[in-house]
Design a protein around this ligand. Sequence first.
Ligand code: OSB
Ligand code: MG
Length: 385
Amino acid sequence: MAERYPLRTESPIAHIRLHPIAMPLVETLVTSFGSEARQDALRAAVLVELELVSGVTGWGECVASWAPRYSYETTETALHVLRDFFVPGVLGEHDLSKLSAFRGHPMARMALEAAFWSAVAAERGVPLGDLLSDGAPRKERVSVGVSIGIQSSIDATLAVIERRLREGYRRIKLKIKPGWDVELLRAVRSAYPDILLMADANSAYTLEDAPRLKQLDDLNLLMIEQPLGHLDIYQHSKLQAQLHTPICLDESIHNVDDVRMMLLVGAGKIVNLKPGRVGGLIESLRIHELCRSEGVPLWIGGMLETGIGRAANLALASLTGVTLPSDISATNRYYDPDLTEEIFTLNAEDSTINVPKGVGLGVTVNRERLAAAEVAYYKAAAALG
Ligand code: OSB
Ligand code: MG
């Protein structure tokens, strides 16, 4: 485990501030497990602000939600683990090697790792993407798509798709669940015979649903994301053997060994990489390298990040092994306003977003909006209790 956190700063870590935030979403995202937001569509997150003795800073975003739905972590478990273990472990250090002593809590870990990496990048005067690519070429703009939640009707869904296509998104992902799947996707496919279309089930099915999922094979879907259990790999191999549509694993991939297992047993053909789900940037780079060397299609997933988390995802998506459109949409799909001064816009001509070019994370935090989002977090958390 000694080489797990190899990156070092010149100047030691002086302070780490944790900012729990709640931000109103422009549009909620209803998935098979429910809504990602609550309390008037407020999305929660924990921002990590890391400062070196030299004054250089870095930021990271923890993508755990209010409730343990997508993953077992929550904003409160992340705050606890960061405050009581991870942060005291690394204060005064030049690297994150002390984190090796702790298990689990990948989203909390990624937030600290992202803050640290962006501080290292800022200290060295390079963009985060350059630190990640380590000299290899990378993209200046990355292909992206948009994720559309479960709507009230098929017509409502078609209207949302139409709007997104007009905005310039060329890859459409629809959330599905049993009963909101075959009919929906058939209608969408017949309205749009040529678009890049995919479905995300967020673990809503079992192997017994194989005949139903098999009906999607005629619809030329780019992939079906995470149909079965959130920890399962083996049963996905039983399903993949019956489907032509490629399976992409999201929830089931926690580290590079899970990707190896997926390939070994034929559980899927595509990987959704979310740095928070796999516990950080080092593990993300391992997965990227494996997929690149094995020719496995890879894309970066999203967790409705603010500009902080999205900047890190864009840096990761700029690596050449990321070969399919990522779930990174423009700022106006998520927040208005966002916490960062910078706004990410969609290049409608090719459905891409530009990768930040500034040093470090390449974005700046608006302190006034950050303070308001912290107040909103504590108010919403109190109302939950
Ligand atoms: O399964 O990809 C998912 C958001 C929250 C939880 C799970 C998922 C998602 C998304 C968001 O699909 C995509 C985005 O951030 O644009
Ligand atoms: Mg998913």
